[in-house]
Ligand binder design. Structure first.
Ligand code: KIV
Ligand code: ZN
Length: 389
């Protein structure tokens, strides 16, 4: 694989994902997710927004101190105070620490939110990137609401921040407004009209207001973007962000027409999805692609028959490739600890010995009252007994 075919996976579950109503997490919960993101082998973990609160600062700091397998990013507005605070938390990651600074560039945001002129925004963006570059060479700049920005101005800002030291330039669809062909054209425009664009990685960050976040992200990849910003289960502001599992599995499954690679260990996807749902209490709908409980279930007789003859008739990817093992033994009151823990692992849980013990005791109590224990019962036991959500 050549470097230019590699898509950098930038996971923002702990930052934009956490902005999902009801998804805020404490430090211990963020650490659990961060460890799972490391097992998934994402390239960059956006751990939080250090200026936003002391809790967020501490979480970013702890993740920067602990996680060694991924780069760690922290968000900051384009102000000295934000940037200094971000680096204060990120410094422990050394060269793997990334300052992610942003400012809005669309007329609508500049006029109503920032009350700044184009020149003021341009100056603030350059000043922010210059200050961040004084701390680390690993600087990402985001032009918030890029999709609704006048393209010549967007190109001017992107060129200037690359000159100032940005090594990743992010072109967000902040409000989930674009469609794939339009987004393809925006990325193509920047490739053509920003003379130094090859000195930075083009990143995309899509929200899902029209249900197009994954499709838009992949269109941008086809136009030359090489970093995808996404979240587990697609959680995030409003309708959420580009779903990591959908984007990554599309790249893996349709490698024939999307010849790009990621470093994600896809077999860890189910575990990541379950862990996040359990911690936040936000469960995915049964028909959610890749991680919904029905994603690999076949109900219709014709489909069941086809799959029994040859799985490829109705399955375009294997359940095992996302970490779902479908060979199920029935669990009941006669089942032992080994089968129980095995099933928890198949469901994506990896618990400590003490947590397994607590869950096992609860399982035995339930098994005395019920003939058969279903996966949903196990999800509830883990949620209740172990994670206390
Ligand atoms: O949606 C957005 O524009 C963002 C930026 C801060 C990258 O989350
Ligand atoms: Zn966002």
């Amino acid at each position: 694989m050549s470097q230019k075919d590699k898509i950098i996976i930038f996971d923002t579950t702990l930052r934009d994902g956490e902005q999902s109503p009801g998804a805020s997490m404490n430090i211990e919960e963020k650490m659990r997710i961060a460890h799972q993101l490391e097992r998934l082998n994402v390239d960059v973990i956006e751990a939080g927004f250090p200026i936003a609160s002391d809790g967020d600062y501490e979480a970013v700091k702890k993740i920067a101190q602990t996680i060694k397998g991924s780069q760690i990013a922290g968000l900051s507005r384009s102000s000295n105070m934000d940037i200094d605070r971000a680096w204060d938390a990120l410094q422990y990651a050394g060269e793997r620490g990334r300052i992610h600074t942003f400012i809005a560039t669309s007329d609508i945001h500049m006029k109503y939110k920032l009350k700044m002129s184009e020149q003021e925004v341009l100056d603030a963006a350059v000043a922010a990137v210059t200050r961040a570059s004084g701390y680390t060479p690993n600087v990402e700049f985001s032009a918030e609401d890029a999709v609704r920005t006048k393209l010549p101005f967007l190109a001017k800002v992107i060129k200037a921040v690359i000159e100032a030291g940005a090594t990743t330039v992010n072109i967000p669809d902040t409000v989930g407004y674009t469609i794939p062909s339009e987004y393809y054209d925006i990325i193509s425009y920047l490739k053509k009209n920003v003379s130094n664009i090859d000195q930075a990685i083009i990143s995309v960050h899509c929200h899902n207001d029209l249900g197009l976040a994954v499709a838009n992200s992949l269109a941008a990849v086809q136009a030359g973007a090489r970093q995808l910003e996404c979240t587990i289960n697609g959680i995030g502001e409003r309708a959420g962000n580009c779903s990591l599992e959908e984007a990554v599995m599309t790249l893996r499954t349709r490698h024939d027409i999307l010849p790009y690679t990621t470093s994600v260990v896809t077999e860890q996807i189910t575990q990541a999805s379950k862990l996040l749902s359990t911690i936040t209490g936000i469960h995915v709908q049964p028909n959610k692609a890749i991680v919904g409980t029905n994603a690999f279930a076949h109900e219709a007789g014709i489909h069941q028959h086809g799959v029994m003859m040859d799985k490829s008739t109705y399955e375009i990817m294997t359940p095992e490739s996302v970490g779902l093992n479908q060979n199920k033994l029935v669990l009941g009151k006669h089942s032992g600890r080994h089968a129980f823990i095995d099933r928890l692992n198949q469901l994506g849980y990896s618990l400590s010995p003490e947590e397994n013990q607590k869950a096992f005791v609860r399982f035995k109590t339930l098994a005395d009252m019920k003939k058969e224990i279903f996966d949903e019962d196990l999800d509830a036991i883990v949620a209740d007994e172990v994670l206390r959500v």
